[in-house]
Design a protein around this ligand. Structure first.
Ligand SMILES: NC(=O)c1ccc[n+]([C@@H]2O[C@H](COP(=O)([O-])OP(=O)(O)OC[C@H]3O[C@@H](n4cnc5c(N)ncnc54)[C@H](OP(=O)(O)O)[C@@H]3O)[C@@H](O)[C@H]2O)c1
Length: 259
């Protein structure tokens, strides 16, 4: 495969659009998600449009055995990724004391453990080949506490901290690690998180996943450490350094209080 890029969560939203951007830049692809029929449709489209090779893998990445099997499968096929894009993730809107535990646990497994596990599996070979890119999708949620989406916000804070730390470890190796921090973005995320009638999304012009994906790809290629999408999101992320944490939590609470 030519400079293959592995993308998790490529069946919709930002991951789906990242696959399109990477294919347009002539990368072969390995796409992972649970809805394989969508991956197969995307594969046919990208092969026809760009002549790239695309492999798909159906798997639930919350499961450790599935992640290991996926890795073993790529090893068997002799694939050393040029880039690993840990994009799969989800959120859920609910007061923590009432939140469904199985769903919260799955969120921790996907947003944190799968991202960390896949990075650990693929990184040694990327370092050995002296070039590579890690793109971990966090969120502007990484910068502040998030009442009513407490675990989601905390999971994205982990992604930011973890990715910044390994970016520093990787200096001089030829491999870079980038944290992409989108703000609210058009995708299936809101429906899955059951986010309805909250101020965070009211009356805002929300960018498409395609716009965010193009931005993320450029940041990854430049080896940028943190890529916050959009001028307003950049300003808001910066301003979180200036306000007391309690006040930040109050602001988020106001924006996300379930109707
Ligand atoms: N949209 C936003 O407002 C927003 C803002 C900031 C950050 N983000 C982050 O952006 C990333 C992409 O989300 P999105 O907005 O594009 O949402 P999305 O449209 O819901 O896409 C999520 C992707 O993750 C995959 N996925 C979910 N659970 C999975 C599992 N157990 N195993 C494997 N794949 C799984 C889904 O595929 P299957 O269902 O087919 O498995 C889908 O391809 C997430 O990390 C999210 O936290 C989104």
């Amino acid at each position: 495969m030519a400079k293959p890029i592995l993308i998790t969560g490529a069946s919709s939203g930002i991951g789906y659009e990242l696959a399109k951007v990477c294919a347009a830049h002539r990368h072969d692809l390995v796409l992972v998600a649970r809805r394989e029929e969508r991956l197969l449709e995307l594969k046919a489209e990208l092969q026809q449009a760009h002549g790239v090779q695309v492999l798909t893998y159906r798997g639930d990445l919350t499961d450790a055995d599935t992640r290991q099997q996926f890795y073993d499968w790529t090893q068997f096929k002799g694939i050393t990724p040029y880039a690993l894009v840990n994009n799969a993730g989800f959120g859920a809107l609910a007061p923590f004391a009432e939140a469904d535990w199985d769903n919260q646990n799955a969120m921790l497994q996907l947003n944190i453990v799968a991202l960390t596990h896949l990075t650990r599996l693929y990184l040694p070979a990327m370092i050995a080949q002296g070039q590579g890119r890690i793109l971990n999708v966090a969120s502007t949620a990484a910068f502040l506490p998030g009442p009513y989406m407490a675990v989601y916000y905390a999971s994205k804070a982990f992604v930011l901290s973890f990715t910044e730390a390994i970016a520093t470890e990787l200096e001089g190796s030829g491999v870079t690690a980038t944290t992409l921090c989108p703000g609210p973005t058009q995708s299936e995320f809101q429906a899955r998180a059951e986010i309805k009638n909250v101020k965070l999304f009211e009356g805002k012009s929300v960018p498409t996943s395609a716009v965010v994906a193009a931005y993320g790809y450029e940041a990854m290629e430049k080896g940028q450490r943190i890529a916050v999408h959009g001028a307003v999101n950049k300003l808001l992320s910066f301003s979180t350094r200036l306000l007391p944490r309690k006040n930040l939590a109050e602001v988020t609470k106001g924006l996300q209080k379930p109707a």
